[in-house]
Design a protein around this ligand. Structure first.
Ligand code: F6R
Length: 242
């Protein structure tokens, strides 16, 4: 595991964007797994900057997002599909057929999850998967006590996650309680993993993910077993490591 400490949020985003850019430049047809939430917003900005400077051609990449809220359609401003469009896809060259997120409006979840896994498989697997981390150590929406062997599936969000996500919604009752998420097995199948974390509230989860017991109680602890993980941590998120 490589751990890179960035002096602030902006530097974290820059370093992360550089790593994604290098992946795409060295393999233009890369399959990239993306995450949403507050943490990677700066990274997407930096990636868009690199694209606008002409340093990056994105037309051949294929993307798969980690997760989507259940019950939100793509045009709902709180959906992750909308987030990705606003933060990245509308700014770069990429055909919509190359963009994949679980369908939060699907009426047959099992079929939807199997379809998502098949698409990842047919694309050749994920070259580089970007992750954030929850305060409770979740990755994707794989909450504590997850089954490590699960692939894409429907998840019940933890109370802590619902509370954390509430900041993006007008009221608590609108915060979705369920999501479709890649499973730990899907994430661990990525050839490279890039995890970002910022803020003191992530420090304990980061410490446990790196030094703690490998346990479903802290889903990110499984990353200790992945052969190619880079963590780019803003100083406060890394503050318990030294
Ligand atoms: C988002 C995702 C989540 C977030 C995590 C951290 O696609 O899968 O695991 O990465 O909840 O969210 P933020 O960055 O908002 O603190």
């Amino acid at each position: 595991m490589r751990i890179i400490i960035a002096k602030d949020y902006k530097e974290m985003g820059k370093k992360a964007a550089n790593m994604i850019a290098s992946q795409i430049i060295l393999k233009p047809e890369s399959v990239v797994g993306f995450a949403t939430g507050e943490t990677p917003v700066g990274m997407y900005k930096e990636l868009v900057n690199l694209y606008k400077l002409g340093s990056l051609e994105t037309g051949k990449i294929t993307t798969f997002n980690l997760d989507e809220y259940y019950g939100l359609s793509q045009d709902n401003p709180q959906s992750y599909a909308y987030y990705m469009h606003e933060n990245l896809f509308k700014h770069i060259h990429i055909e919509s057929s190359r963009i994949h997120l679980p369908d939060g409006m699907s009426t047959d979840i099992e079929i939807e999850c199997a379809r998502y896994e098949e698409k990842i498989y047919k694309a050749g697997g994920i070259d580089l998967q970007v992750l954030g981390i929850g305060r409770n150590g979740h990755i994707g929406f794989n909450e504590p006590d997850v089954k490590f062997e699960a692939r894409t599936h429907m998840v019940e969000l933890d109370q802590d996650t619902i509370a954390a996500n509430a900041r993006f919604f007008p009221s608590m009752k609108e915060v979705p309680k369920q999501a479709i998420s890649m499973g730990i097995k899907t994430i661990m199948g990525a050839r490279k993993i890039l995890l970002l974390a910022a803020g003191i509230e992530k420090a304990s989860a980061i410490y446990d993910a790196i030094y703690g017991k490998i346990t479903p109680e802290l889903p990110a602890s499984i990353l200790q077993l992945h052969p190619d993980v880079t963590m780019i941590l803003e100083e406060k998120a890394a503050s318990l490591l030294t």
